[in-house]
Design a protein around this ligand. Structure first.
Ligand code: 5GP
Ligand code: ZN
Length: 113
């Protein structure tokens, strides 16, 4: 666990979040500032800061991030209407939290920015 990482603390249950899915290596919770009717963040429990570090995750965990994204979309009823899965990586993408996370967003038309 990385000191002062808000998502490490959410994964450890030290900070509250509205959990959508929890398993051994991956958790999903609602974004505190949702930008769409469905806006969930899917994270590995292991701290990795960004996509450049994804190789630090076991392959199966990296794969689970995508599978859980799909499962969350199904659970929240946007699998048929569709949804966007987005990673903000680095300054130009506006990355604010340096613990790798996938945004799963749906329930409205999700255009490209
Ligand atoms: P990004 O780093 O991908 O640009 O954005 C980080 C996302 O995390 C934002 O959408 C923000 O609303 C969300 N976020 C930041 N702090 C918290 C928190 O404490 N709890 C939850 N549930 N979401 C958070
Ligand atoms: Zn972290």
């Amino acid at each position: 666990m990385e000191q002062d990482c808000i998502f490490c603390k959410i994964a450890a249950g030290e900070i509250e979040a509205e959990m959508v899915h929890e398993e051994e290596d991956v958790v999903a919770f609602k974004d505190i500032n949702g930008q769409a009717p469905v806006h969930v963040l899917v994270i590995p429990r292991q701290h990795v800061p960004n996509l450049e570090a994804i190789g630090q995750l076991p392959d199966a965990v990296a794969k689970r991030l995508f599978e859980v994204s799909s499962e969350v979309a199904e659970k929240l009823g946007v699998d048929e209407s569709g949804y966007a899965v987005r990673i903000n990586n680095g300054p130009d993408a506006g990355q604010e939290v340096f613990h790798l996370h996938l945004h799963v967003m749906g329930g409205r038309k999700m255009g490209m920015p």
